[in-house]
Design a protein around this ligand. Structure first.
Ligand code: HEC
Length: 243
């Protein structure tokens, strides 16, 4: 055995070929699951897309690096299901570009965070986690309440997402900035259009507690409140088993 390796290492071409063969086995095992991607992603009728305001919040979530401490994928392990709820299905991140499953949990998993706390709790917590959880090591994001969310270019974000397969309509793209403002201003005349376009389950509220200007806090809280609420497929076990 050692003799074989000794000789192999002395034969540069043979050694390169051996490395390529061994590395491609690992590569194939990584790529193979994609051959069956169509069967992997469950087909569910009620899967909704994220609203422009939620996409703005998602972009802030990425910008601030929240994924470095929070995962968004509940594994099939008993303790995770007991703590966070039904394990994540592929369809729940079907429209996530890029996916935010994460690989590190300094804080809890957020895949089913939506509706767990009030908007006021989320706003106060992001502003300074220690006001609510004294032992928290999460950073304070004080500028979210102060800074206005950038909403005028959301149509372009939606259009970009459409090119990678998220089914945004022309109407959604054309009205993205108006819908983003309206979702955080329930008393504005356009507010009703948001639920017409994105579904009755969409939250239309002044997420940061103040109607009017759309702050980054509005966008991020709207996004957090949508997590795990885009489809209820995970609560119907038969969906996972049929496919
Ligand atoms: C340095 C790591 C770290 C970063 C970065 C971080 N968090 Fe946290 N987060 C935590 C920890 C630890 C907790 C648990 C203690 C607490 O509730 O504050 C937590 C708790 C939370 C909770 C409550 C979850 C629950 O189910 O109780 C939410 C929501 C949250 N974080 C959102 C965010 C968002 C949004 C960002 C980015 C703007 C972020 N976190 C960035 C570490 C982090």
């Amino acid at each position: 055995m050692f003799k074989f390796h000794y000789n192999l290492e002395r034969n540069a071409i043979g050694f390169v070929v051996a490395i390529v063969v061994v590395a491609s086995i690992g590569g194939f095992i990584e790529i193979a699951p994609l051959f069956t991607i169509n069967q992997t992603v469950e087909k569910v009728a009620d899967m909704r897309v994220q609203t422009p305001l939620e996409i703005a919040g998602r972009n802030i979530y990425i910008r601030e690096g929240c994924y470095a401490c929070h995962s968004q994928m509940i594994r099939t392990l008993r303790d995770e299901v007991d703590r966070y709820g039904p394990y994540s299905l592929a369809v729940e991140s079907q429209y996530d570009h890029p996916m935010l499953w994460g690989s590190k949990r300094t804080g809890p998993d957020l895949a089913r965070l939506g509706n767990k706390y009030s908007d006021a709790w989320q706003t106060a917590h992001l502003n300074n986690p220690r006001d609510l959880v004294p032992e928290s090591v999460m950073p304070a994001y004080r500028w979210l309440l102060r800074d206005k969310a950038k909403i005028d270019d959301l149509g372009e974000h939606l259009a970009a997402l459409r090119t990678v397969g998220v089914p945004y309509t022309d109407e959604m793209i054309a009205n993205a900035a108006i819908d983003a403002y309206a979702q955080a201003n329930p008393d504005s005349p356009e507010a009703a259009n948001v639920t017409v376009r994105y579904g009755e389950a969409t939250n239309v509220r002044a997420f940061d507690g103040e109607p009017g200007a759309v702050t980054e806090m509005d966008a991020l809280v709207a996004y957090l409140q949508s997590l795990g609420t885009l489809t209820d497929a995970a609560f119907q076990p038969q969906v996972a088993e049929v496919e």
